[in-house]
Design a protein around this ligand. Structure first.
Ligand code: BES
Ligand code: ZN
Length: 631
């Protein structure tokens, strides 16, 4: 299937593949006016998604002091930026903002005349601050907007406890600028300190040092001493309580879900230990989880020291905990070694997906690893079949595009498959040694695909000239599709499922005659995801009667089943479908359902009803990703 697609390939792509220009030009103050036509070569390392000027003046530290006002849905206070002047001729510091009200800018206690430029549709507005005569700090007094794209404000009704409001931020990829004026580029790394002021009964937590025993007094202090990119700055505020899971691991959640979360994720400490053994020291002190309300638009977000996690993976049987392995793995691939631009996202997500499989194998065994790898591979196959060639490239050209609109399995599963191929060619021990050195070598740096390649060529390819060659590696990274002969994950546990499915489809077995007693959640997903597009009403009833799929408590199984129900217009599942869409905001789970519903007039009506009801409680990103399906 892949070879067919890689056959189409390559219109105009040599441009990218051949590009070795490492120069980084100063960012102009308006990226929107730049020549981003495909014939104009990409400047490797240039961040096309920031209007800031770190090549001239680079921010290295942020002091934040913010008051959280739930009534107004506004955070206000200041960000004091410490900067280094890189270019002696520089006259101003430029930072990114989106929908911020800038009240004043001061340096050394004096007001500075700043200029807030006209907003670009998805990049926001550049804030230009003339450099002060002395010192290397400027203080920006500002307030966020209730519509800030990186902040969700939840009413008490939208929380588990129903009593207190909740707030969380989600900065990746380019939303930090909607709650802090800063150089919002992953190649700018900052340390930060923060004071967060909240209603007294609430607790604030951040991607920084969190003291599990802090006094609940409404004023919380944080410190992040390691330099991190802006997309990893994060804040959560709510009726949060803490429960330890291990020596270095614990969970923050609302009281009613705290015990369930701590039980579901109790293997986090073992995952941490396993990852350190494979890939070197954990460099971030504690590793805690923050469980968010179900409107969190992602499965997880690797905010350092404190991953943000959707509650939709609390299944009761640890079946969906690879999400935790994934977010934990980012502590190495992503947070320690970071993509320099969003074109290089695969360095974060591909490496992390590869590490995730390895951690899962270590903690839960080879069987589980194989099953998860096959499911990952299948979802890659589906994406390759659906995306344009250009969007199947690991080092993707995102010029002129909003990174939110280009989310796919390519950087994840294709990136991981590339590393799996390297592993198979050079051997696991050598692969592990390479990765350990790689994380050590680039620690606390942001690197481009080209920097990775130069390193990889020197330290790996050169050592195995008869096993690896650069042409093939360039094909993986700069061309669409999956190269022919790529590894293909397999699982014995799925052969039984294939047999069961075909015996059932041929009518040899009724659903209740299939022996599913010992099936894993992954086997169920494989069973459902590989059903033919069309099933008869009788078949759907047979499945539902035997396995009660409409009522499944596992959100992934429910998702797969509901997708089948929509495709085949199986109406008995529609009340559940409605509940599902209005109670979950995780995009990966709801978007495919909205998309499928939008294909028919009747489906669209169902989608619209759910969307209208849910919209006020959805995160801005979930609204943006799905509203096109109901219009
Ligand atoms: N860092 C990502 C989430 C992300 C990526 C947000 C790009 C914005 C832009 C996070 O680590 C992630 O990959 N989450 C996945 C987890 C899954 C692959 C296990 C998710 O949310 O589904
Ligand atoms: Zn990730």
């Amino acid at each position: 299937m892949f070879s067919k697609i890689s056959g189409l390939v390559l219109v105009g792509l040599t441009l990218l593949a051949g590009c070795s220009d490492n120069s980084v030009q100063p960012t102009s103050s308006n990226a929107a006016s730049e020549d981003i036509s495909p014939t104009n070569q990409i400047q490797v390392g240039k961040d096309y998604h920031s209007l800031s000027n770190p090549e001239q003046v680079k921010v290295s530290h942020i002091d934040l002091d913010l008051t959280v006002d739930f009534e107004q849905k506004v955070m206000s206070g200041y960000a004091e930026l410490t900067f280094d002047k890189k270019d002696p001729d520089a006259t101003s510091l430029i930072v990114d903002t989106r929908d911020l009200t800038i009240n004043s800018v001061t340096a050394n206690g004096q007001k500075i005349d700043f200029e807030l430029q006209k907003a670009d549709d998805f990049l926001g507005a550049a804030l230009e601050i003339p450099l002060p005569d002395k010192g290397n700090k400027v203080k920006i007094n500002y307030a966020t907007s209730p519509q800030a794209s990186g902040v969700q404000w939840l009413t008490p009704a939208q929380t588990a406890g129903k009593k207190y409001p909740f707030l969380f931020t989600q900065a990746q990829a380019i939303h930090a600028r909607s709650f802090i004026p800063l150089q919002d580029s992953p190649q700018v790394r900052v340390t930060y300190k923060a004071t967060i002021r909240t209603p007294k009964e609430l607790l604030a937590v951040m991607s920084a040092s969190n003291d599990p025993n802090t006094e609940r007094d409404g004023v919380y202090e944080f410190n992040m001493p390691q330099p991190i990119p802006s997309y990893l700055i994060a804040l959560g505020v709510g009726d949060l309580h803490f429960k330890a899971m291990g020596e270095r691991t614990g969970v923050y959640a609302e009281p009613s879900i705290l015990d369930a979360a701590a039980a579901e994720f109790e293997d986090t400490e073992s995952m941490l230990i396993a990852t350190e053994k494979l890939y070197g020291p954990y460099r971030w002190d504690r590793y805690d989880l923050l469980i968010l309300p179900p409107s969190f638009p992602f499965g997880g977000m690797e905010n350092p020291r404190l991953s943000f996690i959707t509650p939709t993976v609390i299944a009761g049987d640890k079946s969906l905990v690879s999400l935790i392995a994934h977010e934990l793995a980012h502590s190495w691939s992503g947070n320690t070694v970071t993509n320099a631009t969003w074109r290089d996202l695969w360095l974060n997500e591909g490496f992390t997906t590869y590490l995730t499989y390895r951690i899962m194998e270590n903690v839960y065994g080879k069987d589980r690893y194989n099953q998860e790898a096959v499911l990952g591979y299948q979802s890659l196959e589906a994406d390759v079949a659906n995306l344009t060639g250009k969007d199947q490239i690991l080092a993707i050209d995102l010029r002129g595009r909003d990174p939110d609109d280009v989310f796919s399995d390519i950087p994840y599963e294709k990136g991981a498959l590339f590393l799996r191929e390297v592993e198979q060619k050079i051997g696991r021990d050598n692969m592990d040694a390479f990765l350990m050195e790689y994380f050590q070598h680039f620690k606390f740096q942001s690197i481009t695909t080209d920097e990775f390649l130069a390193y990889f060529k020197k330290h790996v390819v050169a050592s195995y000239p008869d096993k690896l060659d650069m042409d093939r590696i360039n094909q993986w990274i700069f061309q669409p599709g999956v190269p022919e002969g790529a590894p293909m994950p397999e699982s014995d546990a799925f052969s039984i499922v294939d047999n069961a499915r075909s015996n059932w489809l041929s009518g040899e077995l009724h659903a209740n005659q299939i022996d599913t007693k010992n099936w894993t959640v992954h086997q169920w997903l494989y069973f459902l995801n590989n059903m033919p597009e069309e099933l008869s009403m009788e078949q759907l009833h047979d499945l539902d009667r035997a396995f009660n799929l409409t009522e499944s408590h596992n959100n992934e199984i429910a998702h797969s089943w509901l997708l089948i129900a929509v495709k085949n217009w199986y109406q008995p599942a529609f009340p559940r479908l409605h509940d599902y869409l209005v109670s979950i905001g995780r995009n990966k789970l709801v978007k495919p359902l909205y998309k499928e519903l939008s294909k028919t007039v009747e489906g669209k009506a169902i989608a619209k009803k759910a969307f209208d009801e849910a919209k006020a409680g959805y995160h801005p990103l979930t609204v943006k990703a799905n509203q096109g399906f109901v219009e």
